[in-house]
Design a protein around this ligand. Structure first.
Ligand SMILES: Nc1ncnc2c1ncn2[C@@H]1O[C@H](COP(=O)(O)OP(=O)(O)OP(=O)(O)O)[C@@H](O)[C@H]1O
Length: 317
């Protein structure tokens, strides 16, 4: 297994059994999360993200497969690596009447972390000047950032956040996103699960896309997109009707789209501009049509959450 991975799973399988029958949590799940940066763990509801995270943290037992965190086999070697992991899996409990700072001081004392660390972690999540306010006065986004601050007390190398933006408004989502980005800049590895692609797309360096309990694609966001770049170009010219004929005569598959032309199967955009220029038709703009992560996600998972009217940001469950 590779050393440059913060998390690695091989052939992970978990089936939940009850009197009502069996339900597959994950099946042959091979996850690879590189060290450093934000990794988006993406998939529709029920695709197995929480099950995977709970298995990694030793909260649920896998039926089959291997898991490693920073090279340590888990759950067997979890004690060796647990100090390097901070996780939010469920809503953490804080005392509503105590200030954010007081809540963290209690936690720090409980886990043997120097209390001076509290102000550092409040600063890290942008709550430095709100630490003296009572927890009950916090917005949902601030509550969630306090939860993130709590996971930072031990100064872990790996942070695992399961749907951290659930229930937050767009401003809260943005704050969490900025917090995750800042953690990645500090050199941490952040695994963040979400079923709302737009939340993760802007912040993730790498992603894995899970569908029905198995990984259907993973890697750098840029690579995932470029591997699926449709070789289609949108071309603007002064005289589209004439340019359309020129390109058709040269063998291009082309159609009109209002003032523009859409040219399919373009391996090299310069071929289009050269062909037109040779006939005295000059291109004013040529925009390659790239796939976005949304279409890749929909294609791979077969879901259409946004198309069914679900908001791209905000509460979604
Ligand atoms: N405790 C459980 N008992 C029985 N089935 C379960 C249990 N937990 C999860 N499952 C099933 O396992 C599958 C994966 O669920 P999981 O919660 O891991 O998905 P998820 O991707 O985290 O989805 P969500 O975003 O809705 O939390 C689902 O079909 C779910 O119904």
């Amino acid at each position: 297994m590779a050393n440059d991975l913060a998390i690695e799973t091989r052939g992970l399988r978990k089936t939940y059994r009850s009197r009502r029958g069996a339900s597959v949590g994950v099946r042959s799940l091979d996850l690879e999360v590189p060290v450093g940066g934000v990794h988006g763990f993406l998939g529709p509801n029920g695709s197995g993200k929480t099950t995977t995270i709970r298995m990694l943290l030793g909260l649920v037992r896998a039926d089959e497969g291997e898991m490693r965190i920073f090279g340590h086999e888990v759950p067997d070697r979890l004690p060796a690596v647990v100090r390097r992991i901070g996780a939010i899996v469920e809503h953490p409990k804080f005392y509503p009447a105590f200030t954010g700072r007081k809540n963290l001081q209690i936690l720090a004392t409980g886990i043997g972390v120097p209390v001076r660390r509290v102000d550092e972690v409040l600063d890290s999540v942008g709550l430095g000047d709100r630490g003296k306010d009572a927890f009950r006065k916090y917005s949902l986004g601030m509550k969630q950032r306090l939860a993130i601050a709590a996971t930072l007390l031990k100064d872990p190398d790996l942070l695992i956040f399961d749907e951290p933006t659930n229930g937050l408004d767009p401003a809260g989502i943005r704050e969490i996103r900025e917090t995750m980005r800042a953690l990645a800049v500090e050199g941490k590895t952040v695994l963040v699960s979400s079923h709302i692609l737009a939340e993760v797309e802007q912040v993730a360096d790498t992603v894995s896309i899970v569908s029905e309990g198995t990984i259907v694609s993973q890697g750098r966001v840029a690579d995932l997109l470029s591997s699926r770049t449709a070789a289609t170009a949108r071309v603007l010219v002064a005289d589209p009707a004439r340019a359309l004929n020129i390109l058709q005569d040269a063998g291009f598959v082309v159609r009109g789209d209002g003032e523009a032309l859409i040219v399919e199967g373009v391996e090299n955009p310069a071929d289009v501009t050269r062909t037109l220029a040779l006939q005295g038709s000059y291109v004013s703009a040529l925009v390659p049509h790239k796939a976005d992560l949304e279409s890749v996600f929909l294609e791979l998972t077969g879901t259409a959450e946004r198309q069914s009217g679900e908001p791209t940001e905000g509460v979604a469950r």
